[in-house]
Design a protein around this ligand. Structure first.
Ligand SMILES: [Ca+2]
Ligand SMILES: [Ca+2]
Length: 595
């Protein structure tokens, strides 16, 4: 498919992302900007945290929707409220450790300037402790918390493991931003702002927009349980925040103002007024949001209009987000394992391969006719849409896997001691599908779906191999069974890519060869990569196989031991989930909004 066709096919996806739904007219916004002599805010920054996973046996049960809550909040801020995607830091599960949260709060202190606004959102457990001398203290419960039931009343133990709201408040003091808002979807006691909430600030937008403030809205009080509903797909509190702030047909539910006049600007007071009524309603009074603030400004939600020019994007100063010049793709670092991720823009593509194309390729390459039966599992070609996602640029390395083992006590994989395979920069091998899953969970990531893997490999066109259509390749483009392998006595009988020499017998250090156009290395060869899916027939497939169904997991891309059709973007392979092979590793992906 040519580039133009690809662009046209992707257009509905891109335009939906770029412009969102309808937005309010925003007359008050223009008045406000005129009165202030410029935009209401300099930059907008957000830290968005969602934790589903709490340790087995801990008194904090796992949550179902905290990650979905966080992702929806990130989407809301970027799509409707003018937060540049690169200014929104998302910490999910394994990334949201105590240290990770505190460090991200300090980052906000580093980047935000005096005319900026900062929003911190947290969805997870909260906890309240009675202090031994007097008073109570509220905490956010981070990922990886090590507390048993009997520890919960011990103030010092909880202080060591959890994030005190007093500390969060202290970190806010590092931020120069004019308006700082904490939206906390957790129940605990003690709001940690001094609560000098002004009784009667006149509703005058220019005043409240230009005065400073730190505000906090929490889902409920100590002893209340944050309510999750499968029908809502979110916690009750976040669902109502989303309801309150998502523009529908040009209006925003929470935009009522004291005079009940929608003006296109939603103040924190308006949002709080909406939530303190709506949340108890939907939870039968079991959950009662609390609000407090310091100083007399008001955090403002100002819907961005599709027609308003977007403010110039200032490159963030945070080290976690770096642009990658020349690719148009954005990269970021996973702070848990140090892996570099690249943004894969969403789109649609033809997955699988056409039997005619297979015949033509086999005729051209002279590959063994018997191998064609494997390729029948790639039929029929079918169109698949893929949402944008972040993908590891490289296969997970031994060095990264070592960090995971150290952090979690995970046992050594097979071949860990094999000097041919255990350099820190070589990809980890000898890992089962479950090992790979466990790693992903720790790293706050997941395995790619088979469709995502193939989409990423094809990199926006219909190329046969991640490096292009050429076979055998004329330039070094990956680590396969090659002339170097052939020289090893024990592998002398292997089929190889004739005339191709990559210089490696076993696995190569990741990234030793050029990336594909999406910026991903070693998709073809080096190690097979576990995908999330069961190995099954494609929709509409005529071919049947005993291998289809919930028996095997998908492997993609071929390895240092492969030389032919498995190296193609569409090549499918399978393995039992508990198999630990020297040819098999994995890479992770994660959801979230891109640049
Ligand atoms: Ca090789
Ligand atoms: Ca690979």
């Amino acid at each position: 498919m040519n580039t133009l066709a690809f662009l046209i096919l992707s257009l509905p996806v891109l335009s939906a992302h770029a412009f969102g739904a309808e937005a309010p007219k925003g007359i008050a916004v223009e008045d406000l900007e005129r009165a202030l002599g410029g935009p209401v805010y300099g930059q907008s920054w957000a830290l968005v945290i969602g934790i589903n996973e709490y340790p087995a046996g801990s008194p904090f049960r796992p949550l179902n929707f905290a990650v979905a809550d966080a992702e929806a909040m990130q989407d809301l801020l970027v799509r409707y409220y003018g937060f540049p995607a690169e200014n929104v830091t998302l910490l999910l599960d394994g990334q949201a450790t105590r240290a990770g949260i505190l460090s991200a709060l300090i980052d906000l202190g580093e980047c935000s300037k005096e005319n900026d606004r900062v929003l911190v959102y947290f969805s997870g457990h909260g906890h309240t402790v009675e202090l031994p001398r007097e008073g109570k203290r509220g905490y956010l419960v981070p990922y990886g918390v090590k507390l048993r039931e009997q520890d919960l009343s011990g103030a010092a133990k909880v202080e060591r493991e959890c994030v005190p709201m007093t500390e969060v408040r202290q970190k806010a003091r590092l931020m120069a931003a004019r308006h700082i808002l904490f939206l906390i979807d957790a129940c605990y006691s003690g709001l940690s702002v001094s609560g000098k909430s002004p009784q009667a600030v006149p509703y005058h937008l220019t005043t409240i927009a230009s005065r400073p403030m730190i505000g906090i809205l929490t889902a409920g009080r100590a002893g209340e349980v944050a309510y999750e509903d499968p029908d809502l797909g979110h916690s009750a509190f976040t669902k109502k925040v989303l309801d309150a702030l998502t523009p529908v047909a040009g209006t925003v539910l929470a935009d009522t103002a004291p005079q009940d006049q929608p003006d296109g600007v939603i103040t924190l007071k308006e949002l709080a007024a909406y939530l303190t009524t709506a949340v108890p309603q939907v939870t039968q009074g079991k959950q009662n949001p609390q609000e407090a603030q310091e100083d007399d400004g008001q955090f403002l939600f100002i819907p961005t209009e599709p027609t308003r020019p977007t403010p110039p994007v200032v490159q963030p100063t945070r080290p976690t987000v770096r642009p990658e010049p020349g690719r148009g793709g954005q990269t970021k670092i996973n702070s848990v394992d140090g892996a570099e991720l690249v943004w894969i823009p969403g789109g649609s593509f033809l997955m699988g391969s056409d039997p005619k194309e297979i015949d033509a390729l086999w005729a051209k390459t002279g590959w063994d006719a018997d191998w064609k039966k494997f390729a029948t599992h790639e039929s029929p070609e079918h169109r698949v849409s893929v949402e944008g996602f972040w993908a590891y640029k490289h296969e997970v390395t031994n060095e990264q896997y070592g960090k995971f083992m150290k952090a979690t006590g995970q046992p050594k994989p097979e071949y860990w001691e094999d000097a041919n395979l255990n350099d820190p920069k070589q990809p980890v091998v000898g890992v089962s599908w479950d090992d790979a899953q466990a790693y992903c969970k720790w790293a706050g990531a997941r395995l790619p779906t088979e469709a995502e893997w193939e989409y990423a490999a094809r990199a926006g066109d219909e190329r046969l191999f991640p490096w292009g259509d050429e076979y055998p390749p004329k330039t070094r483009c990956g680590n396969f069974a090659d002339e170097t392998v052939k020289k090893q006595k024990e592998f002398a009988n292997w089929p190889i890519v004739e005339g191709y020499d990559d210089g490696y017998v076993y696995t190569a250090p990741v990234g030793s060869f050029p990336a594909n156009p999406f910026g991903l290395h070693d998709l073809a060869g080096n190690v097979w990569e576990w995908c999330a899916d069961w190995y099954d027939k494609y929709p509409g497939a005529q071919v049947t196989s005993d291998a289809f169904g919930q028996k095997f997991r998908v492997l993609r891309g071929g390895s240092w031991g492969d030389s032919t059709f498995f190296l193609r973007c569409s090549g499918r392979c399978r393995s039992a989930a508990d198999n630990r092979s020297s040819f098999v590793g994995f890479r992770c992906v994660s959801a979230g909004r891109g640049p």
